[in-house]
Design a protein around this ligand. Sequence first.
Ligand SMILES: [Zn+2]
Ligand SMILES: [Zn+2]
Length: 224
Amino acid sequence: MSTILKEIELFVQYAVAEDMINQAITLVNQYQHDRVALRLLHEFYRSLPEAREEPVSRLVQIDSHQGVLLLGVITANFEYLYLVTEREVVFLGEKGTAIENEILSFFGYTGQDQFDKACLHLQELEEYRSETRLGKMKCPVCSVLEGELHQLGCPVEICPWCDGQLSRCNCRFDQLGVENIDVEEDLLKFQQLLAAKGRIRFIREQAPSYPRAGNTSIEKGTID
Ligand SMILES: [Zn+2]
Ligand SMILES: [Zn+2]
């Protein structure tokens, strides 16, 4: 951990003007115990987007899914988008840049428009903090974190049309206007309809073991 901190400090010396160094280091130190944030700051100051010599003023979390974070890096005059995991940092570009469809659908966006809307006010998004991630409950079946989309087919996911259990209700047939789904095409079409309607993200109240009235047909899972 200390090696990466030292490297970042070194990059900072070259990356920003002298009177900005303290500001840059203060933010780095705030994240000194957060490997994900340090990787991102390391990459930022190592490669400095567009060679603009501005320190990071905030890191915000736009989205997260299955351990992959979509983070915004905000400087005095610019906003950048990064994909970050424990192992890897990928620079996506400046805010507004076209994002690959594969990435958009991974995070559950129907397309660039919906994604751009989510990024419209980066400044107002919650500051990225690792504690937020650590305090979150995992879906007991598919292991995504609170606020994330379930893995498709997860029995905990709630149907946005009927509020029932998405893996069991009949909405897929109603939406497609078919009696059975036995071709891949129908499944893909349903996924598109579902994304357009807006999938319901996991919140702890959906976990089968969460105390509430009534019974559920979902098996009780373990929560860690
Ligand atoms: Zn799930
Ligand atoms: Zn339904």
